[in-house]
Design a protein around this ligand. Structure first.
Ligand code: HEC
Ligand code: HEC
Ligand code: HEC
Ligand code: HEC
Ligand code: HEC
Length: 177
């Protein structure tokens, strides 16, 4: 009886299995691509590499992100600073010729943001850096990144977990002003 049913509807059963399988694969691909998007570096106007400048040359973060221990925002380096070296270093390379154009036209480089919070969130670097937290805790292994990419999702739970662990304030107005 049961066998009969299977025999009669075997095509339908096969199709249903096929569809279920497609759904499973579809979900897997979706999860995978969302995960990948999380860490994919954005396209930047100039291919700046932290690996060369921080990993190999050991330039201090604060030399370029000079407000990180003094203000809410870390800040981006002025083109002038890059040109201290690149008037000479690698000056024939395509990327450096482009860099020089910004400098000559006195145009700031519009770097694409990698880390950013919604406008309604208050965050400050100064307090976190003064509390002794290394950049690595939130930005990952920067000295090995040839392209800057995001390693944290910046969800509320992430902020709160650490605040609870380190006895930092957790009342809503701390971050929601
Ligand atoms: C202290 C010196 C110094 C400073 C400051 C500096 N760089 Fe460099 N940069 C270098 C050196 C050295 C290299 C490696 C050159 C090579 O491999 O030929 C390099 C390589 C590069 C390259 C790769 C060039 C290529 O195509 O091979 C880019 C792009 C670049 N730097 C951009 C920048 C930008 C943008 C800034 C400012 C935010 C900056 N650099 C600041 C020294 C510096
Ligand atoms: C020679 C200058 C230089 C040094 C040194 C440097 N950075 Fe950067 N940083 C840049 C530039 C230029 C950008 C923008 C381009 C990019 O994202 O790659 C940037 C971008 C970033 C961003 C992403 C900013 C955003 O918009 O979200 C983070 C985070 C960052 N740097 C962290 C660090 C840390 C941590 C260190 C030290 C371990 C460091 N940087 C050292 C020049 C520098
Ligand atoms: C407690 C986590 C935390 C630590 C520690 C931290 N950052 Fe950040 N950083 C963030 C968050 C969150 C943002 C996004 C802020 C926003 O959008 O308002 C950010 C953004 C940035 C940016 C881009 C925006 C800006 O403020 O200019 C740079 C550059 C940066 N961080 C560099 C650094 C450097 C360098 C250090 C170490 C000296 C550091 N950060 C330490 C969490 C952190
Ligand atoms: C790895 C740990 C850690 C993470 C992650 C973290 N914080 Fe903090 N935060 C701290 C510590 C520790 C302090 C307390 C510093 C002090 O006592 O001055 C603090 C302080 C603050 C303050 C100042 C509080 C005050 O007294 O006014 C704000 C605002 C803040 N954090 C926002 C955020 C936001 C928003 C995020 C997530 C995007 C975040 N923090 C993620 C550890 C963290
Ligand atoms: C340490 C920082 C921090 C504290 C404290 C905090 N939040 Fe948040 N909250 C965030 C960040 C960062 C986001 C944005 C990222 C996200 O949506 O997860 C957020 C997002 C939210 C959102 C979603 C808003 C939207 O439109 O997506 C709500 C609702 C919210 N918070 C409520 C609260 C309430 C209620 C409290 C107090 C019990 C609180 N938060 C305390 C950091 C914080």
């Amino acid at each position: 009886m049961f066998i009969e049913i299977i025999k009669r509807y075997r095509l339908a059963i096969f199709v249903v299995f096929l569809l279920l399988w497609a759904v499973v694969i579809g979900i897997a691909v979706l999860i995978f691509s969302v995960k990948k998007a999380e860490g994919r570096p954005p396209i930047q106007p100039i291919n700046f590499s932290h690996k060369i400048h921080v990993g190999e040359m050991e330039i201090n973060c604060i030399k370029c992100h000079e407000f990180v221990d003094k203000s809410p925002v870390a800040g981006a380096p002025a083109v002038e600073l890059c040109m201290q070296c690149h008037k000479v270093v690698a000056k024939d390379k395509m990327q450096i010729i482009r860099l020089k154009e910004y400098w000559e036209e006195k145009k700031p480089i519009e770097w694409a943001r990698v880390y950013s919070l919604p406008d309604f969130i208050y965050f400050t670097h100064k307090r976190h850096v003064k509390a002794g937290l290394d950049c690595k805790v939130c930005h990952g292994d920067v000295p090995n990144m040839s392209r800057m990419k995001r390693v944290r999702k910046l969800k509320m739970g992430w902020c709160l977990n650490c605040h609870r662990k380190m006895n930092a304030p957790t009342d809503c107005v701390t971050c929601h002003k």
